[in-house]
Every structure is written in structure tokens, then in C-alpha cells.
Write a protein that binds this ligand. Structure first.
Ligand code: MN
Ligand code: MN
Length: 473
């Protein structure tokens, strides 16, 4: 039998054998720490000007043009390309040294976030107040959207086909909007005694937009009419124009530093603009990579990836076909399939961080934590990995090695306890092509709320991790 080793030996053994998660702040030197804080400044500016998928696409397009990317549908050569899909979905590529057909390094994030969309016939009046009816988009806890300042972002296509971009509620001079909630004195039966899921109804998420009447007390629907008059005078919009519109109600206001030490960012839409921004910055710093780098920014993730701008559409496929053509490699179905099959992807999406007040829903040994760096998740799904991509061990080994070699502080994250709930990402829709896919992103507190929290250390490590990936072979 072996004799019990000395205390020192045991400690040596522990250091050699046990994985110890690292806190990013413990690892970063003062210079890097400063960089992490600076990185967050650019990110906050991105959050403020990209609250919807359309705004994000516009911003990414402007970035692409500024950095010399060419619209691939018009290009006849070059190394940097982009393509836009219906103004809600964009992809960038930097062609590498190896042929495109040998596969690309893809980072795919999404630029839509949970919110309230206007209904087709939204405008009405009730008890001498004017409202807009909404239908929520994505998984929200409805009560979080009540009694807070809201802004209107969107697009209206008028009957003559003209586009009108709307944004009301973000500038200091703008009014904001809100959804009223019942006073506590009267909420005992209709809210307090009910289950939360039943106490707040989607049909009651009505946005207050006015209380000035038009005409006299003989005038029919004079509060609604007053709003219509304002919309027509200001924007030339008539009621029917709202049918061909996409107007999104989002939390008003800017991204803010959170905490006395300013180490966190609070904002609407970290999910998933944090991964989108980290990807964009990684693309920006890219020279000529070994392997062609592709950054896909997708829409409709929050409602299941359906729709022509979602991950289930074949936009990526079509872009890679364009890439093969423009680089004058083998074109055709077989080349396309072969390229996609040999590609590697990070499904860049946030993960729910361990909630200090609800630790019981997490399995602490496997939950992502604020401050511990970029998070990789082998699988998501629910009820026995159902609906999950479940990445291959070989690919995990590769990414783990890549991160270790590049001093990326990383952690693993599983969304909640087994059988507690769960959720999916676009990983499985990328996996359809036979490429390697791994979920990899930033841990976030209060996910899907109007004010989500992410750590500056983790945001910075996400960028560093994506950079290392795009620079890998
Ligand atoms: Mn997401
Ligand atoms: Mn989400």
C-alpha cells in the first residue's frame, strides 16, 4: 500500500490534477484590465445604436463598407465580402490563405432580442386614453415590461412603397411610452393570488401613447384620432400603413455601467449583441487568416429560428456558394457541400449565469458564472439533451487547446439543472450542414429582461476567444 503523501505533495497533486476555474480579474495584468474596460465602452455604444435586428444590420453594414468589405453580389474579386438578407440578417467574410472549399471558420450570433412587437391593427382608445396593442416576441417575463420607459423602433412601409424609419424615445427631447400596471391596493385577487404565469396577460401589454382629444365630445374615437392626426402630420402615416410595418417596443435608455467599481454592463439586448459585437471586433482585428473567416449575424433566434432571415433559412449556404464563385474555386453543389461539411463553427450565444438568489435552479458545478470568462457549452436542449447539438469531444478538445494556448480564460456552462428547464440556440441549425459546432458565448444575469447584466471581464474574454478562433487553422 502507498503511504500517505506529505501535505506539500498533496497540494502538488491537486495543482496538477484538479481543474480550477479562473477568475478573469485574477489573471489579467493592469494593462489588460484597462483594455477590458475600454472594450466595454465600444460595446455600450454599439448597444445604444443597435437595439433591433435592422439597426444592428445597418451598423454592421456601415462597418463593413468602412473597412473595405464588398457586397458579394456585385464583387468580381477581393478578399473581404458581405451580404445582406432582407435588411435583418448579414454575413461577413475574410478570405483566408487556404482554399475556401477546405472549410471556413464560422462564428454565428443573433441580433434579434426579446421585445414587444406592435400588432397589425394596434391603435385604439379606452377610457379616454390612446394605446397600441402588442404581441410579445421571444421568451419574456411579462411583468418586467410594465411601468418602465419604453421606446418605439421600427420601420413603416407606406402605401406608395416609401420606407420610414421610426425611433422615438431615445433622445432626451423625445417622449417615452409605458405600460401601466395595477396599483397594489387592488391587485390582491387579479394578480397577487395567481400564479405569475397567469397573473400577467399578454393581451394586457398595451402601450400608452396619448391622452389629448381631438374635436369635441361629439367626435367619435377622438383620442385615437388625435394620435392618427399626429402620425400623419409628423410622418405622413395613415392607419393602414401600420399593417405594413415592423414596429418594436424596446426599453428606452442607454447601456450603463453597473456597480461602484463599474465592472459590469447593464443593458437591454446583451442576448445576443454581446456575442455579435465581440465577433465584429474580432473580424476587425483580423489580418489574412489561414482559414476563411465568416461572421454570420442572424435574426429570429428568439422565436425558434424560423423565417427567411432566421438560421433555418439557407442564407449561409447561398453566401458560401457566392464565396466559392467569387474566389474562382470549384463551384457547384458538391463543392458547396464539401466546404460546409469541413467547416468549424462557434454558435455564439449567451448563457444564463449562476443567479445568486436562485442558485437552486442551477447545478453549481456546471453553471456559468460572471467573471470566469467565455463560456463553452457542449450541449443545451432540455429533458435529456433533447433538441441539442451536443458537440463532439474531438471538437471540444480542439477549442479547449486553442483557448489554453492563447491564454483565453474560459469556463463551461450548462443551462440549469437537469430537468429544470433549458433552452436552445442556433447550433443545431448549423450542424445540419455536417460542420463541427460548439456553443460559446458570454454569461449573462437577468437574461431576457429589459436590463440584462454582463461582466466586462467576460465580454472582453469573449472577444479574445473569438479572435483566437478566427485566427486558427
Ligand atoms: Mn441568445
Ligand atoms: Mn435569448
Amino acid at each position: 500500500m502507498k503511504s500517505n503523501p506529505s501535505k506539500k505533495k498533496v497540494e502538488e497533486l491537486r495543482n496538477r490534477l484538479v481543474r480550477k476555474p479562473q477568475l478573469v480579474w485574477d489573471v489579467l495584468g493592469p494593462g489588460e484590465k484597462k483594455k477590458a474596460f475600454e472594450f466595454a465602452e465600444g460595446y455600450k455604444a454599439f448597444l445604444d445604436s443597435a437595439k433591433t435586428e435592422r439597426e444592428a444590420v445597418r451598423l454592421i453594414e456601415a462597418f463593413a463598407k468602412k473597412k473595405g468589405f464588398k457586397d458579394i453580389t456585385e464583387a468580381d474579386g477581393g478578399r473581404k465580402f458581405y451580404k445582406i438578407n432582407r435588411n435583418k440578417n448579414i454575413v461577413l467574410a475574410v478570405v483566408g490563405k487556404r482554399p475556401v472549399i477546405s472549410g471556413v471558420n464560422l462564428i454565428a450570433s443573433h441580433v434579434d432580442s426579446p421585445r414587444l412587437d406592435l400588432k397589425q391593427n394596434p391603435l385604439y382608445e379606452e377610457v379616454d386614453l390612446a394605446f397600441l396593442k402588442t404581441h410579445y416576441y421571444g421568451g419574456i417575463k411579462k411583468y418586467q415590461w410594465l411601468t418602465r420607459p419604453l421606446a418605439i423602433h421600427g420601420i413603416v412601409i407606406k402605401k406608395d412603397g416609401n420606407h420610414l424609419d421610426l425611433q422615438i424615445g431615445e433622445s432626451d427631447h423625445d417622449p417615452v411610452f409605458t405600460i401601466a400596471d395595477l396599483l397594489p391596493h387592488l391587485s390582491r385577487k387579479v394578480q397577487n393570488e395567481k400564479k405569475v404565469s397567469e397573473a400577467f396577460e399578454g393581451e394586457k401589454l398595451n402601450v400608452l401613447v396619448g391622452s389629448l382629444p381631438l374635436g369635441d365630445d361629439e367626435t367619435k374615437e377622438r383620442f385615437k384620432l388625435a394620435v392618427l392626426e399626429y402620425l400623419f402630420d409628423t410622418y405622413g402615416i395613415v392607419e393602414e400603413d401600420l399593417i405594413s410595418s415592423e414596429i418594436e417596443i424596446v426599453p428606452a435608455g442607454r447601456a450603463r455601467d453597473v456597480g461602484l467599481d463599474r465592472s459590469l454592463v447593464g443593458a437591454y439586448g446583451h442576448d445576443d449583441r454581446v456575442c455579435a459585437y465581440a465577433t465584429l471586433e474580432a473580424v476587425d482585428k483580423l489580418k489574412t487568416p489561414e482559414t476563411t473567416a465568416v461572421a454570420l449575424f442572424i435574426d429570429k433566434e428568439e422565436i425558434g429560428s424560423d423565417g427567411s432571415t432566421g438560421a433555418k433559412s439557407r442564407f449561409l449556404e447561398s453566401f458560401v456558394a457566392d464565396l466559392l464563385e467569387v474566389t474562382e474555386e470549384q463551384a457547384g453543389e458538391k463543392a458547396l457541400r464539401s466546404c460546409l461539411m469541413s467547416s468549424k463553427a462557434l454558435s455564439a450565444d449567451v448563457n444564463g449565469a449562476l443567479d445568486p438568489d436562485y442558485q437552486d435552479v442551477h447545478e453549481k458545478r456546471n453553471a456559468a458564472r460572471i467573471g470566469y470568462g467565455i463560456c463553452i457549452s457542449k450541449f443545451g436542449g432540455s429533458g435529456g439533451k433533447y433538441g441539442s447539438n451536443d458537440a463532439n469531444a474531438e471538437y471540444l478538445a480542439e477549442i479547449r487547446q486553442l483557448f489554453n494556448e492563447n491564454s483565453i480564460v474560459w469556463q463551461t456552462g450548462e443551462l440549469g439543472k437537469v430537468d429544470e428547464g433549458g433552452g436552445g440556440t442556433i447550433a443545431k441549425f448549423l450542424a445540419i450542414y455536417g460542420m463541427e459546432v460548439l456553443d460559446c458565448g458570454t454569461p449573462v444575469l437577468s437574461m431576457h429582461s429589459p436590463f440584462e447584466i454582463a461582466g466586462k471581464a467576460d465580454i472582453y474574454m469573449t472577444y479574445k476567444g473569438y479572435s483566437a478562433f478566427l485566427n486558427s487553422r
